[in-house]
Ligand binder design. Structure first.
Ligand code: GLU
Ligand code: ZN
Length: 286
């Protein structure tokens, strides 16, 4: 089997050291196996995505010595596929409309009987306020949540995947997440946001399958989201790739490098005269 990896940046800011690490890892993993490395532009958040950032990201990646087949897949061109998948999940009664605001969710989740609100891979674990909303008729234009109990009933087996890197606590190998953990620590995640008509989770799962990605390489901050992705893959009849989560690149103070941290932008190092080899050294790549 020939391996296919990808780097999937959101064009909402500059490519920084952490992105470069992720991209180089995915690229080298494919190259070493005579596989294919793909670039995908995750621009579903049209309010924050900018063509200038996309151009800069591609320019920085090329400067770093990476190459990939064109044309590049852009999520904004895939709305039809996302809608089709949502319609299918909706028709099976797996989704429900949610009209809660962030504030409603925070208030419901911190009600006295609930204890402290739990933070899951998709923000505060949703307390289920809207789960009795009707699930028939045309697909509503509100946010849509995935009912994890219904997912459990539909799938039976808990989500499982193979990790060849490490999660934040050193998790590796066969990773199984039991449904109880999904219910308590993940909850009914949003699969479609009203202004977007999709979500990060739904799009990433559909695109990885459409592009034939065999190995997903990405930062360990997305490790917890992987169970969500496997659940969506199973519900949609899509294959589960191998996952390789990698360490996060931190700055001197040990702080995770945020996307907005322009101080670590590759373009800044370039402007200061750094070479791609210098970047490799900063990332402790051999
Ligand atoms: N687009 C996501 C980001 O910029 C990465 C998605 C993924 O690798 O699954 O963080
Ligand atoms: Zn709600």
């Amino acid at each position: 089997m020939s391996i296919v990896t990808r780097f999937a940046p959101s064009p909402t800011g500059p490519l920084h050291l952490g992105h470069a690490y992720s991209a180089i890892l995915a690229h080298d993993m494919a190259r070493e196996a005579q596989g294919t490395f793909l670039l995908r532009i995750e621009d579903i958040d049209q309010s924050r995505s900018r063509p200038e950032w996309e151009a800069q990201i591609e320019d920085d990646l090329t400067w770093l010595g990476l190459d990939w087949p064109r044309p590049v897949l852009r999520q904004s061109d895939r709305m039809g596929a996302y809608t089709e998948a949502l319609e299918a999940l909706w028709a099976r009664g797996l989704l429900y409309p949610c009209t809660c605001t962030r504030r409603d969710i925070a208030a419901a989740a911190s009600a006295p009987q609930e204890g402290a609100p739990l933070l899951g891979p998709d923000g505060i674990v949703y307390p289920g306020t809207c789960c009795a909303a009707p699930r028939s008729g045309p697909i509503p234009e509100t946010a849509l949540r995935l009912d994890m109990r219904a997912a459990e009933a539909a799938l039976g087996a808990p989500p499982v995947f193979t990790e060849t890197g490490t999660g934040p606590e050193g998790e590796t190998g066969r990773i199984e997440t039991d449904w109880r953990h999904v219910g308590e620590r993940v909850g009914d995640i949003v699969v479609a946001r009203p202004a977007m008509g999709t979500s990060y989770h739904l799009s990433v799962v559909l695109d990885d399958a459409a592009q034939g990605i065999t190995h997903v390489t990405r930062g360990a901050d997305l490790f917890e989201a992987t169970a969500i992705h496997v659940i969506l893959q199973r519900l949609l009849g899509l294959p589960t790739p191998v996952y390789h989560h990698h360490r996060l690149i931190r700055d001197e103070a040990g702080k995770r490098l945020a996307k907005r941290d322009d101080a670590r932008a590759i373009s800044k190092f370039r402007a200061e005269g750094a070479s791609p080899a210098d970047i490799g050294r900063m990332l402790h790549l051999g």
